[in-house]
Write a protein that binds this ligand. Structure first.
Ligand code: BG6
Length: 450
């Protein structure tokens, strides 16, 4: 079987930084496929390879990487692509096309129409199968997500559509499910009888940089909250699936998303130099913080506080699960620390369980002690990157790490109030936390796990 990935957005940031290294590794592991990168930035393959691919890259990878100048707005684009693919598949008996859209959501509609045109026009003496891969955010809001999906489904069956959220390829995400559902002791403490609150903190040190063109139309809500953050929340609070198969997991995730009421307590910020070099004022929010709750029997009344955004002083990605502390009251001792589970994602994956144990040479004095799992200490440092795991699943035609359309629609419904144009946006100096982060903590009477 001849597998050809047709990479829309083939010169973009995502393709260059994440996809090509992952393709290279997968080819190194024996996967056989070719990539046709489509883009406007370079005139020809030589220029493309020179500018985007590491000079040390093995020939076995670059030989399978081709480039076609492709401007969606040009009439000649589709006929050129048809000609290039027709030439490629000449003489092949089984051909598998994977159309991969790594584009601005505003370009999706045109691109999907073009793919339909290309696909209809292709003919060969071969057996042809196809898949389409669509990057997040899937759509621009609920309405456009549904519209894109309708267009997609005119040309592709649902089983042929892969909607990406690369967080589902991350070890920490998969570990949340395993930790919760492969451990009796965790299962028994993971609900509103025991958990007091949850914090999800995703502070990034980098800014929007060369992605301004993409980001300014998107903003933090569409970039990470509607997808990565909502997926994390579903993993933390979904009910036990009948099995850890994609279908059973999706059923539970949708239930969670449906029980989240619209977010009310939300705030937005933007770092002050955003777009400064572009010569125009860019108002797009780069930071968001909010509170929500999952109104299911097991998780109602557990506030989930989220903060996430760019241009922060320290990289901080963690999930902090704080347990109720009845012990203070029972032992008449206010100094007894809270128990917690801390899942740290950067700089490396660790999971800590914090418990109180005795300080030596004291009379019943305890102190919080952490029991730590470290991914690299236990399993070594070579965990594949999220994108590699995701792409491998696509090549294997396995849909276990992809959100369903129903999840995507529900996530849009939840974040919709945060997408309005008239929400005040606090301007924060670079490398500082916006004031809104403390405001939400003060208003709700909690402290961030800093
Ligand atoms: C991407 C967003 O989906 O996720 C980026 O577009 C964000 O803005 C990134 O920085 C975070 O992913 P990771 O894998 O670096 O945690």
């Amino acid at each position: 079987m001849r597998t050809i990935i047709i990479q829309f957005g083939g010169t973009g940031d995502l393709a260059v930084k994440k996809l090509y290294p992952a393709y290279r590794n997968l080819m190194g592991h024996g996967y056989e496929f070719e990539v046709l990168a489509l883009g406007r930035r370079y005139k020809n393959r030589e220029e493309f390879l020179k500018e985007t691919i590491d000079k040390e890259a093995p020939k076995s990878f670059t030989d399978h990487l081709d480039y076609l100048f492709y401007d969606t707005s040009e009439e000649q684009a589709v006929p050129n692509l048809i000609a290039s693919l027709t030439e490629k598949i000449k003489g092949s008996r089984n051909v598998h096309f994977i159309y991969y859209l790594a584009l601005q959501p505003s370009l999706y509609e045109d691109a999907i129409h073009q793919i339909k045109e290309v696909d209809n026009a292709l003919s060969c003496d071969c057996k042809r199968t196809k898949r389409i891969v669509v990057e997040k955010p899937f759509g621009f809001d609920l309405e456009s997500a549904k519209r894109y999906n309708r267009i997609l489904e005119q040309a592709f069956a649902d089983k042929e559509i892969f909607r990406i959220d690369h967080y589902l390829g991350k070890e920490f995400m998969q570990n949340i499910l395993l930790m919760r559902f492969h451990n009796d002791i965790i299962r028994r403490i993971w609900d509103n009888r025991t958990i007091e609150s949850i914090q999800i903190i995703f502070d990034e040190t980098h800014g929007v940089d060369q992605r301004l063109g993409f980001y300014e139309k998107i903003g933090v809500v569409r970039d990470t909250i509607q997808n990565h953050i909502m997926q994390i929340i579903t993993y933390l609070t979904m009910g036990e699936p009948a099995s850890l198969t994609p279908g059973d997991i999706a059923i539970e995730k949708v239930k969670v998303l449906k029980s989240i009421s619209p977010i009310e307590d939300f705030h937005m910020g933007r770092y002050e130099s955003l777009g400064a070099t572009s010569g125009r004022v860019v108002q797009t929010p780069t930071y968001g913080a909010f509170k929500l709750s999952v109104n299911s029997y097991d998780f109602a009344n557990i506030p989930i506080y989220v903060r996430t955004g760019k241009m922060q002083k320290e990289p901080k990605s963690l999930i902090y699960i704080k347990f109720k502390n009845m012990t203070k009251q029972v032992m008449h001792n206010e100094k007894i620390a809270d128990n917690s589970v801390i899942i740290t994602i950067h700089p490396e994956l660790t999971i800590d369980i914090s418990m109180n144990l005795k300080v030596p040479n004291t009379s019943w004095e305890s102190k919080p002690v952490r029991f730590r799992f470290s991914q690299s200490d236990t399993f070594g440092a070579n965990t594949p990157e999220a994108y590699e795991q995701i792409l491998e699943k696509i090549l294997l035609d396995d849909k276990s790490l992809f959100p369903t359309m129903e999840e995507i629609n529900e996530a849009w419904r939840i974040v919709e109030p945060m997408l309005k144009d008239d929400i005040p946006v606090e301007v924060y100096p670079m490398k500082t936390l916006p004031r809104l982060v403390n405001e939400i903590a003060e208003k709700n009477g909690f402290e961030w796990f800093d």
